[in-house]
Design a binder for this molecule. Structure first.
Ligand SMILES: [Zn+2]
Length: 101
């Protein structure tokens, strides 16, 4: 017994919630936005930068939703300028094109 519950919690530990749709996804499939210890907000393409992280799935609508709700700024406790949002949108767009090609 117990063994399967433990495995389940390990899987859940790697799940993160998208700020747009609110659904959980494996961390590796999400785009991470990080606020560094210096307080700078950036798109963390490596996914390993230290700091407070926020996550968005690869759905362009979620970026729009997060932007509308100002969700990133709320989670990161830092103002997030529109440049960050356009970088996220750009990255999602690019990822999608790569997938088709
Ligand atoms: Zn989403």
């Amino acid at each position: 017994m117990g063994g399967s519950a433990k495995r389940l919690s390990n899987v859940r530990a790697r799940m993160r919630k998208c700020l747009g749709c609110g659904l959980e996804f494996p961390k590796s499939t999400l785009l991470r936005i990080v606020r560094s210890t210096a307080g700078e907000v950036s798109v963390d393409l490596s996914g390993i930068e230290s700091g407070r992280g926020a996550y968005l799935c690869s759905n362009a609508e979620c970026v729009l939703k997060a932007r509308k709700k100002n969700a990133l700024a709320r989670v990161l406790k830092r103002p997030v300028d529109s440049e960050i949002y356009s970088r996220i949108a750009e990255h999602i767009q690019r990822g999608r094109n790569d997938g088709i090609a």
